[in-house]
Structure formats: structure tokens, C-alpha cells
Design a protein around this ligand. Structure first.
Ligand code: NAP
Length: 447
């Protein structure tokens, strides 16, 4: 059983952690504003660890001795410290790689070395699916040893390793009480509420700008569902690991964003009819069934503009543009598609009974213009009364150009984002999320 360990960075944290029911305590004495002479507080109901990342001198050794004599169960000592073998059977021997996660056999060698000096603890910077796979592969080997170990991923992407610490077999999972001591660390309250939580998330590359975690986590908070939505970035080479990662970390659903909406399809086992027709997937469930909820998001944003029989310009020919082409085809619009790579616009237009147009040939003649590319590809295409939407949010150069040209109705990708997210949430949880809370979270993320 993984112990949720409250990281104490100040004496005032102790009472809070006790009230919250912490199962273990790590006293980060180096983070205290001043280390008090009396450290009898290191004896608590529950396991206690004393850590002090300070200069290697005599006083450090004395502090560890004092901590153990005062009732601490363990001292945490770095693997490169001269003190690592000073307190046999009372040491957590720790290793941190703040840059990367090595491959799983290197992780195992690191653990073999750490085990010589006590309970081994290693934390690695996690940046994507390959790192998560190395951690879960290593955990499978470590579990077989039958010995205690502490294994975790650092950084925002490492969050899933903290939520699934039990599945990884980690003896301890560290949680903050007032001050976070590491990026990706959950608060004690969060960690307690996320035991046995369902996990959903998003893959794509890069994922730095997405508001999806904010709006999905707001939907979880507003519902009775114990869940967390995490970021799982995947480079093109890593995407193939998605099914394995979903299984290893027990992930119930994934959104797929730029640039993987089409590339993800060969990894899936079945599709709903719209994903099949669109030829792109933005939602995957735990059975690896692919769905497309983007077209429903576009409908939520643009139905008011009544595209039927109207001249519509779609900019882009990627996964999101495919959902838009499907929507405009169903709406009986007169659709024109342009794209950086003209050939892709031509191929998409052929599939959806539309017309392809080169960027340099564009004229200000459309009633609705939808940008499904991440950039502003054309500027002199606006008329005052056209409806302009960019899938990008919260604002964009494209929308600024439209406003500068006097366009009255200018929409960002906000409505689409929330509507497609709500549909994904329903697929995964069979529950209708609170869209008002999602909207508030979007507005909060924008600030
Ligand atoms: P995708 O499948 O990778 O397609 C990208 C499209 O953008 C392609 O047409 C590509 O043109 C074009 N493009 C990419 N980089 C470009 C550049 N530097 N200059 C010119 N054109 C470029 O991506 P996607 O999933 O369709 O996403 C497209 C955009 O829509 C993204 O910004 C995404 O965040 C946004 N989106 C928003 C929502 C929402 O809910 N608001 C939903 C889905 C998507 P080529 O064919 O020439 O490569």
C-alpha cells in the first residue's frame, strides 16, 4: 500500500497534515525558514522521514543523528552523499534526475545501487509517453523484487505517476501541504481524493497552450466523479506508445490534438460513424474506440450563422479541418478550402464535395470563414458582415486581423473547445458535465 506522505516545509504544516490524516510525513528541514533546536516534532503517528538538502558538513550528520534519536523513522540521503551508509536500515537513499528519464534497464541499475544503502528512491523528469513507459516498465521489475522502493516522475507530465503511485508499487507518494516542493506534486487533499480516481487526458505535441486540463478538471470537480485530466505529450515517434500507456496507467479516455488526430487512427480498434467519415479522431475511450466530437463543437459555435447555401471558407486541411468539412457538408454550405499545402486542400475538397482554392487567389467573398490552422495564413479576405471564427483560443493574430478589418462577428475557439470537451466527457463518464463551470475555468485559464 502506498503511503501518502505530507511534505512539511514549515512547523505550521504539521497540525494541518495531522488534521488531514496524513499517513506519513517528510520533514524538509532545508525548506524551513529556520531549523529549530527542538525537533521533537519529527515523531508523529505515522512514518516520518527527515530530509535536509544542505551542505555536506559535520552539522548535517549531527542533524540526521538528532532526527533519528528524536523519533524519525528514516533520513533521506542523496546517493552521492558520503553519508549514504551512515545510518543502516534507517536511510532512504535517493536519486534525482532533473533532466530526463533513462531507459528502464538503467532505472533498474540505479535502484540496484540505491538498495545497497537503504530504501531506494528515484525521481526522474518526465516529458512524454516514452518516459512514462520507462517508468512503468521499471516498476514491473521492481515489484517482483518484493522489496520496498519509491519511484516517481517529476514535472507536470509526471503527475500521472503520482496519481498511480499504488499501481507503480511505490512505497510512498509525496504530497504538498502548503508549499509545493516539486512540480507535478499533488496536494495531500488532492492525492487523498484521487485514490482510485479515473484518469483522462490529452495527447498531442506540444501541449503547452492547451486549456483542456483546466476545463475538464473543473467538470470533474463540479461532478460526483473522482477524476483527473492530465497532459500526456507525445512526439510523432512516441504516439505508438499510447495504447500501452493507457493500459499501464489505467487511463479511461484520451483527447487527441494537433498533430495526431489522423495519425492516431491506426492504433485504434474501432470508430464511431462520425470519426470514420471524418477520418480523424479527437477522443479515444479505454477500449481504444475512436470518436470525433470536434464537429459537434463546431456546430455549437457556428450553427447560429446558418451555413446552409452560404459561401464558406475553411482554412486548413488537417484533422480539425476534416471535422469542419464534415460539418459544412452536412449543413449544405458552399464550401471552399484553402491550406498552406494546396494539394491537401484539393484532396480534402474532393472527399467532401467542396472546392479548393489557393491562398493567393482568395478574395473577400465569404459569409463564414473558419480558420483550422494554428497561424494567420490570409488577411485580405474579410468583409464587415462575414462571421469569422478561429479554432485557436483565446485570441489570435487571425482574429485581430478580422477585427482590424471591421468584422462584426469574430469568434475564438472557446465555444468549440468547451462543446467538444463536454461530448468527450460524456463518452468517458456517461455523465453530462457542468458547462458553466467549464466556461469559468476557461476564463480563469485565460487570465
Ligand atoms: P493538424 O491535423 O496537425 O493540421 C494542421 C493544419 O494547420 C494543416 O492544415 C497544416 O497545413 C496547417 N499548419 C500547421 N502549421 C502551419 C504553419 N506554420 N503555417 C501554415 N499552416 C500550418 O492539426 P489540427 O488538429 O487540425 O489543429 C489545427 C488547429 O485547430 C490547431 O491550432 C488546434 O489547436 C486547433 N483546434 C482547436 C480546437 C478547439 O476546440 N478550439 C479543436 C481542434 C483543433 P499543412 O497541410 O500545409 O501542413
Amino acid at each position: 500500500m502506498t503511503k501518502l506522505c505530507a511534505v512539511i516545509t514549515d512547523e505550521s504544516d504539521i497540525a494541518k497534515a495531522v488534521i488531514l490524516g496524513a499517513e506519513a510525513f517528510e520533514f524538509r528541514l532545508d525548506m524551513f525558514s529556520k531549523i529549530p533546536d527542538d525537533i521533537s516534532f519529527v515523531k508523529q503517528k505515522g512514518m516520518t522521514i527527515v530530509t535536509c538538502r544542505s551542505k555536506e558538513d559535520v552539522s548535517r550528520k549531527e542533524l540526521f543523528e538528532k532526527a533519528l534519536n528524536s523519533g524519525a523513522d528514516f533520513v533521506d540521503i542523496e546517493s552521492d552523499s558520503k553519508l549514504r551508509d551512515s545510518f543502516p536500515s534507517r536511510t532512504i537513499c535517493s536519486y534525482h534526475d532533473f533532466e530526463k528519464t533513462p531507459n528502464s534497464s538503467e532505472i533498474i541499475s540505479i535502484f540496484d545501487d540505491l538498495s545497497k544503502s537503504g530504501v531506494p528512491k528515484a525521481a526522474f523528469m518526465v516529458r512524454g509517453l516514452a518516459d512514462l513507459k520507462n517508468i512503468s516498465d521499471a516498476s514491473e521489475v521492481l515489484k517482483k523484487s518484493g522489496r520496498r522502493y519509491i519511484l516517481l516522475g517529476m514535472g507536470e507530465v509526471g503527475e500521472v505517476t503520482r496519481i498511480r503511485a499504488e499501481k507503480l508499487g511505490s512505497f510512498v507518494s509525496y504530497c504538498s501541504v502548503s508549499k509545493t516542493s516539486a512540480e507535478g506534486q499533488l496536494t495531500l487533499t488532492q492525492a487523498q481524493s484521487l485514490k482510485n480516481a479515473i484518469i483522462t487526458g490529452i495527447t498531442g505535441y506540444p501541449l503547452s497552450k492547451t486549456f483542456s486540463p483546466a476545463i475538464h478538471n473543473a467538470a470533474f470537480c463540479a461532478s460526483d466523479i473522482n477524476g483527473r485530466y492530465v497532459k500526456l505529450p507525445a512526439s510523432k515517434d512516441e504516439l505508438c506508445l499510447l495504447p500501452e500507456i493507457m493500459k499501464a496507467y489505467d487511463i479511461s479516455g484520451i483527447n487527441v490534438t494537433i498533430p495526431h488526430k489522423q495519425a492516431v487512427m491506426p492504433l485504434l480498434t474501432s470508430f464511431d460513424s462520425s470519426a470514420e467519415k471524418i477520418g480523424a479522431v479527437n477522443t479515444v475511450d479505454k477500449n481504444l474506440r475512436g470518436y470525433n466530437t470536434d464537429h459537434l463543437g463546431i456546430a455549437a459555435a457556428l450553427d447560429f450563422a446558418e451555413p446552409e447555401n452560404k459561401k464558406v471558407l475553411l482554412i486548413g486541411a488537417g484533422g480539425a479541418a476534416r471535422a469542419a468539412a464534415y460539418y459544412f457538408e452536412k449543413s449544405n454550405a458552399e464550401l471552399f478550402i484553402t491550406n498552406r499545402t494546396y494539394e491537401k486542400a484539393a484532396a480534402l475538397a474532393k472527399e467532401f464535395g467542396a472546392n479548393a482554392v489557393r491562398i493567393e487567389d482568395l478574395q473577400p467573398e465569404y459569409s463564414i470563414i473558419l480558420n483550422a490552422s494554428p497561424v494567420c495564413l490570409a488577411k485580405n479576405i474579410f468583409t464587415e458582415n462575414c462571421v469569422v471564427m478561429d479554432m485557436v483560443y483565446p485570441d489570435s493574430d487571425f482574429l485581430k486581423s478580422a477585427r482590424d478589418a471591421g468584422v462584426k462577428t469574430v469568434l475564438s475557439g472557446k465555444t468549440m473547445l468547451i462543446a467538444q470537451a463536454a461530448e468527450s466527457f460524456k463518452i468517458w463518464t456517461k455523465t453530462v458535465p457542468d458547462k458553466n463551470e467549464m466556461e469559468k475555468a476557461f476564463d480563469g485559464a485565460e487570465k
